[in-house]
Write a protein that binds this ligand. Sequence first.
Ligand code: TRP
Ligand code: SF4
Length: 328
Amino acid sequence: MRIVSGMRPTGRLHLGHYLGVLKNWIQLQNENDCRFFVADWHALSTSYEDKLNLRLLGRELVREWIAAGIDPDKATLFVQSAVKEHAELYVILNMITSLGDLERNPTYKDQLQQMGSKDIRTAGFLTYPVLQAADILLYNAQAVPIGEDQKPHLEITREIVRRFHHLFECEVFTEPKEMLTDTPRLPGLDGRKMSKSYGNAIYLSDTPEEVWEKLKPAKTDTQRVRRNDPGNPDVCLVFDYHKALSDNETIRQIESECRAGAIGCFDCKKLCAQSIERLLAPMRERREKLDDQTVDEIIETGNAKAKAEAAETMAKVNKAVFEISCDI
Ligand code: TRP
Ligand code: SF4
């Protein structure tokens, strides 16, 4: 299947990104024709005031993807803003997108309420799903791996496709389906959403020492006072981390030993740190080998490939829109 997905370059990646998105991408790349891109124009829609160096952040993001296990020989990796066709298609799609559909978008309404100090009452933020539609439609994606919050955007994409086909009497696009990633979100060690802004994230680039500094003070089952008090792993975040990151045998062992009061929280956390390190160590090794030039070359190659495909789609789109013709 042809698959397209994007990620915003807003900083270092943490375990939540890995478990929620990257792990899935890494599996998908083996059996599908994948395009993964740095959504840098998208990042501007909410962070235009933040003076981010999106050029550098984009390169770092691709480096992290590859370190995590994305294989540039399998998937095409590129940067959205390097392929101007995204903007070109966005302009055209904006002309036919209903303002009502955008204003009713529940994700949009939620974000407007939650953004706090950020002023995101901009045209760019409202029409963000139109840019996302362009990202997807340029490459004829059949499936788009996304989180639950992005579902309305796929709905809008499909609506735009139907509208375009009807208005210009030419079936240029493929209607994409969403591919929901059903892994439950791993919370931060303080129980809140794992996020840079809460300072509760374990980064993919953390050293074993940094991981331990975060794991050590984490709250466990607060009813457990002494080491041999029986515990309840179901109310303990460390156990959530084990379930997400440890092998089945370790998980079973911890569950029974915790309930029996046979393992202390300190030792349990040590095992958890080991499981995290087993994931991060190979990433660290790959990251060290990826110098800037190598990453830039991978991006250049991906950009060129994406550009060629996008240009082909735009030729059809422009024929349909400007010449009301479908023969190409
Ligand atoms: N909107 C997505 C997010 O915030 C990122 C994104 C942009 C995307 N364009 C896309 C995802 C196209 C899938 C397909 O997570
Ligand atoms: Fe949590 Fe492990 Fe302590 Fe049980 S032993 S309460 S799972 S940290």
